[in-house]
Design a binder for this molecule. Structure first.
Ligand SMILES: NCc1[nH]cc(CCC(=O)O)c1CC(=O)O
Length: 301
């Protein structure tokens, strides 16, 4: 059997898909795995923030069309870029073991956010990162930064920014771990829901493919990221709204931390709880955030 994996063409997407292909070949000796690279609208429109052009689904649409047309059997995504509800007709048979979930402070001149001079220029297009930066340092000059990881590092090195914020996992996977000056870690700083996790999507009418892919599923990762995604879904979060979440196992239960903020003025509300049911825990933390006024931020975006 041949398994065709649809993938975006960015260096990070190709790394992640080759990683999945290697894991599948190891799990199923003799399986012929090939990549089907393609471009997506999310990769092509770089002059505006994702929020301005319609959100996360822009990184999936073309890959899902290829699966619907029978041109690919599955697709590999960064789970943080996957909408909270999959399109009808699709399933997610595997979420791989999570890599580093944290964000990274990257700079050639400063060690961390606190070291930045007044009014320093910091690059990120993520409203979630902007909200947390503004909450800590309302004086900073926050500017959009689009493009793949390599492009963003090049813009920093060209002197366009004093610092940039991006995901540790993306940097580490591409061999740029040494560029990380400070890990921005929980609880002071929360990542995007499911940041650091790689997901595999396939059609929901291909049980043989589903079973092959499910061999790579990591239950512990799935439990945490599904709590984070359940919270975001309950908030009706989208890339228009700065929502951050992080769940970790605490003994027999899950501990979920959540945040909703405003990229405009840096106001943030936080909530956390523990529980054993990922969906109920996500809903509980979302409802607590809403009771603290998160709806104001969500409607204001
Ligand atoms: N669309 C950006 C994106 N999607 C996933 C990652 C990082 C890798 C991951 O979360 O698994 C990144 C780069 C970044 O946020 O710096």
């Amino acid at each position: 059997m041949q398994l065709r994996i649809a993938t975006r063409k960015s260096p990070l997407a190709l790394w992640q898909t080759e990683h999945v292909a290697d894991r599948l070949r190891a799990a199923h000796p003799g399986l012929d795995v090939v990549l089907v690279p393609m471009s997506t609208r999310g990769d092509e429109v770089l002059d505006r923030s994702l929020a301005a052009i319609g959100g996360k689904g822009l990184f999936l649409k073309e890959l899902e069309i290829a699966m619907q047309r029978g041109e690919a059997d599955c697709a590999v995504h960064s789970l943080k870029d996957v909408p909270m509800v999959l399109e009808p007709g699709f399933a997610m048979p595997a979420i791989l073991v999570r890599a580093d979930y944290a964000d990274a402070f990257v700079s050639n001149r400063f060690e961390n956010i606190e070291d930045l001079p007044h009014g320093a220029v910091v690059g990120t297009s993520s409203l979630r990162r902007q909200a947390q930066l503004r909450a800590r340092r309302p004086d900073l000059d926050l500017r959009d930064l689009r493009g793949n990881v390599n492009t963003r590092l090049a813009k920093l090195d060209a002197g366009d920014y004093d610092a940039i914020v991006l995901a540790c996992a993306g940097l580490a996977r591409l061999g740029f771990e040494s560029r990380i000056r400070t890990r921005l870690d929980a609880p002071e700083w929360l990542p995007a829901p499911a940041q650091g996790a790689i997901a595999i999507e396939c059609r929901d009418d291909t049980p043989e493919t589903f079973a092959l892919l499910a061999a790579l599923d990591d239950a512990a990762t799935r439990e945490c990221v599904e709590a984070e995604r359940a919270m975001n879904r309950a908030l009706h979060g989208s890339c228009h709204v700065p929502v951050a979440a992080f769940a970790r196992r605490a003994g027999a239960t899950l501990h979920l931390q959540g945040l909703v903020g405003s990229a405009h003025d840096g106001r943030v509300v936080r909530a956390e709880s523990t529980g054993s049911d990922r969906e109920a825990l996500g809903l509980e933390v979302a409802q607590h955030l809403l009771s603290l006024g998160a709806r104001d931020f969500i409607d204001a975006q």
